[in-house]
Structures are given as structure tokens and as C-alpha cells.
Design a protein around this ligand. Structure first.
Ligand SMILES: NC(=O)c1ccc[n+]([C@@H]2O[C@H](COP(=O)([O-])OP(=O)(O)OC[C@H]3O[C@@H](n4cnc5c(N)ncnc54)[C@H](O)[C@@H]3O)[C@@H](O)[C@H]2O)c1
Length: 378
């Protein structure tokens, strides 16, 4: 018999769907002590929330997240709202003794993130942040390869996250769907939205970052605001590039933009070590490119490992070797690991405290872009 874990989800947009799908699937593929129960979804518009509840099988609907947190029948709160609401909801959820699964970035900045860490640590509630790319099997496999020492000393870490959806100057900012362009709701632009993913993966794979030097650009300076109807200054970064020193002595190069015409969600990273290199690309997410300098002779070259064998991370839980899985499975894996951690009473990474490190790096990147100076993290 599995133990129920009653989920209360706040927000039913893109991530609300990705997480609901994961809660519904996880026990069909993973043997777990806990089973998520879709107890309640919360959003301000009752009819839309009810329609979402009907589609995904939530038992009830709330229109005020404070009421959701007051419910005794909710064990875990899933925060799928825009970034400016993460802190208030997470601190209240911790005070109410709920486990918390919070979307990334953890907060609007690291000062807020620190308060959130203190709240969950004081309340001793299980907590995790949805940096889901760690749990794409090929990325988890990259971690295993690096930890085994196969790359030798690491010299370079390079990552990109490229999109092209905000190029039109007619695109408004703010409100449903476009809160990402509104600094008051998002905190920052591509830095907190996209580079945060690249940074989380990077520090997980290659260790901490010491200092950064960055540049940002806001190409469209003013946009109509959907909530006020007025043309207002744009406060987010449309593009950001930064260099950094990792604590292990390697050099980092990161770039993100929403102005790379032709790219929708091109997240790539490459790591160059003394003995070998690896490369990964979200558009081909179950492949890991591998170059091993120890292979001698004319056949030495890049090879492409199809990360779909039963011995690859998570893959033994899915189909038969050779059959691929996709984006949505990274969320299923995160739920599976979180539930396993609950059963063992152990924290599962990235906790709020882990995600705070990414937030501190984002803060240093944005500060450096303002001053033009190398900036220490933290
Ligand atoms: N892990 C990832 O890869 C990933 C991908 C996309 C978004 N995100 C993060 O997820 C969060 C949500 O992003 P999204 O793309 O799902 O946004 P979205 O705009 O699709 O959905 C946001 C939801 O929040 C709801 N909401 C807003 N204010 C609310 C309030 N006061 N009370 C209750 N509900 C409220 C909206 O109605 C909407 O349902 C953000 O923090 C974002 O950075 C993470």
C-alpha cells in the first residue's frame, strides 16, 4: 500500500501542466512508498481553475492561495506562479508545515532566497526547486561521467540558452503569458529565466563559481504594459553573456538571449577536460556527445551516445533499450526522487539552499553587467 501525499498546486500555466503530468505518471513507472494525490489546484479565476481541475483530475479548486495553505488535507504545496510570488507563498507554506516544491528561479534575488531558506530550515519541511534539466537522463549521465574522473582536469565549461520570441517591438509586457517581460513580476529577464537553468546545471556538474564579468542588453527599451495600458520602460535583460572562474580553476562562458532568430529553446553545454570532452543539446536531449583523447589512431573522434539503455540513469524504468523519452520525463524523475527522499527522510537536491547558490550567481551577473567590473559571488 502506498502512502498518499496530498498536493496543492498554485498556478495552472505551463509548469502547472508539466508538474500535474508528472504527479499522474510517476507511480506507474517508479516503485515508491508515496503516491501524489491531486487534492487541489489554486488560481484566481474559478472557472478556469475548475476547467484545469477537470482536465487533470484535481479533486477541488481554491481561488486564494492562503486558503489552500490553511487546509489540513494538503501535505505538499507546489508553487507554479510567476517569480514575484514565490517568496511570500513559500514562507507561508513553510510556516504551515507543508512540504514545498517551488519553481525556479527560487526568488527575485538572493536576499529573498535567503529568507526562504531560513523559513524552510526553521520549519524543517522537505523542499526542492524545479531545476528539472538535472534529471534529463543524458545530463545525469554527464554528471556520473564527470564524477568518475573520466574527463580529468576540467578547463572549460560553455553553455547557451537561446530563444527568439521577443524580437517584435509590438509585443506588450506584463500580465498573463507576458509576465516574463515585466521586471516587477520576473525580477530579471533571461538571467533568471534561462541562465538560471544553465548555472544550476553547471554548478552541479562542475562545482561552484567564484566570480563573474557580464554584459546585458535590453534591445527594446519601452513596451506597452498589459496591466496599466501605458507604454512603460522595460526593466528586464533581453540578452546576457558572462565569463566566470569556477572554484576548480576552469573557465566558464555563458550566453542567453531571446533575440537569436531561429532558436526556440536551444540549451547546450560543452565541457572540455584534459582527457575527454562532453557536449549536450536540449534539441537532441537523449544524446551525449563524447570525445575521448585516449582512443588512439584514425578512429579517434566525437561519438554520439544514445542514452536509452537500461543501465543509463532513469532509463531502466521506461521502455526497452533504444527507445527515447522526452522533456516531460525530467519532471517525472524529479517527483520520483523527491518522493524517495520523503520515504528515506532525506533532502533531495536542488533544495532551496542549493538553488540559493544559483540565485547568488545571477545577482553577481546582474551587478557586474551594471558596473562593468569583475564581481565576486555571494
Ligand atoms: N523548470 C522549468 O523549466 C520552467 C519552465 C517554465 C517556467 N518555469 C517557472 O515556473 C513558474 C511559472 O511559469 P509558467 O511558465 O508556468 O507561467 P504561466 O504564466 O504559464 O503560469 C503562471 C500561473 O500562475 C498563476 N498565478 C499568477 N498569480 C497568481 C496568484 N496570485 N494566485 C494563484 N495563481 C496565480 C497564473 O494564473 C498562471 O496559471 C515561474 O517561476 C517560471 O520561472 C520553470
Amino acid at each position: 500500500m502506498t502512502k498518499p501525499l496530498n498536493i496543492g498546486m498554485i498556478g495552472y500555466g505551463f509548469m502547472g501542466r508539466a508538474h500535474s503530468n508528472a504527479y499522474r505518471k510517476v507511480n506507474n513507472f517508479f516503485d515508491l512508498e508515496y503516491r501524489p494525490v491531486l487534492k487541489a489546484v489554486c488560481a484566481r479565476d474559478k472557472d478556469k481553475a475548475q476547467a484545469f481541475a477537470n482536465t487533470w483530475g484535481y479533486e477541488s479548486v481554491e481561488t486564494d492561495w492562503k486558503k489552500l495553505l490553511a487546509r489540513k488535507d494538503i501535505d505538499a504545496v507546489d508553487i507554479c506562479t510567476p517569480n514575484n510570488l514565490h517568496k511570500e507563498i513559500a514562507i507561508a507554506a513553510a510556516d504551515a508545515g507543508k512540504a514545498i516544491l517551488c519553481e525556479k528561479p527560487l526568488a527575485m534575488n538572493s536576499a529573498e532566497g535567503e529568507e526562504m531558506c531560513q523559513a524552510v530550515e526553521k520549519a524543517k519541511v522537505p523542499n526542492i526547486v524545479w531545476y528539472n534539466y538535472r534529471r534529463v537522463p543524458a545530463v545525469t549521465f554527464a554528471k556520473q561521467i564527470i564524477d568518475s574522473g573520466k574527463l580529468g582536469k576540467i578547463f572549460h565549461y560553455r553553455a547557451n540558452f537561446l530563444q527568439d520570441w521577443t524580437i517584435s517591438a509590438d509585443l506588450p509586457q506584463g500580465g498573463a503569458g507576458l509576465w516574463r517581460l515585466d521586471v516587477a513580476a520576473a525580477g530579471s529577464g533571461v538571467t533568471g529565466d534561462l541562465l538560471a537553468h544553465c548555472i544550476d546545471t553547471a554548478i552541479w556538474l562542475n562545482g561552484g563559481i567564484k566570480n563573474v564579468t557580464a554584459m546585458t542588453e535590453t534591445f527594446i527599451k519601452e513596451r506597452k504594459h498589459n496591466l496599466t495600458g501605458k507604454v512603460e520602460k522595460v526593466g528586464i535583460d533581453d540578452a546576457c553573456a558572462f565569463l566566470c572562474h569556477f572554484n576548480n580553476g576552469s573557465l566558464g562562458l555563458f550566453e542567453s538571449t531571446r533575440y537569436a532568430r531561429g532558436h526556440k529553446a536551444l540549451y547546450t553545454f560543452e565541457i572540455n577536460g584534459e582527457k575527454a570532452s562532453i557536449k549536450w543539446d536540449l534539441h537532441d536531449l537523449h544524446r551525449l556527445q563524447w570525445f575521448d583523447h585516449r582512443n588512439e589512431g584514425p578512429l579517434r573522434g566525437w561519438s554520439s551516445v544514445h542514452v536509452t539503455d537500461g543501465e543509463h540513469p532513469y532509463m531502466g524504468k521506461w521502455w526497452v533499450p533504444g527507445l527515447a523519452i522526452g522533456y516531460e520525463h525530467s519532471f517525472v524523475h524529479q517527483v520520483a526522487d523527491f518522493l524517495e527522499g520523503l520515504a528515506k527522510k532525506q533532502p533531495v537536491s536542488p533544495t532551496f539552499r542549493d538553488a540559493l547558490e544559483t540565485q547568488k550567481i545571477c545577482d553577481a551577473v546582474l551587478a557586474s553587467a551594471k558596473t562593468g567590473a569583475w564581481t565576486n559571488v555571494g
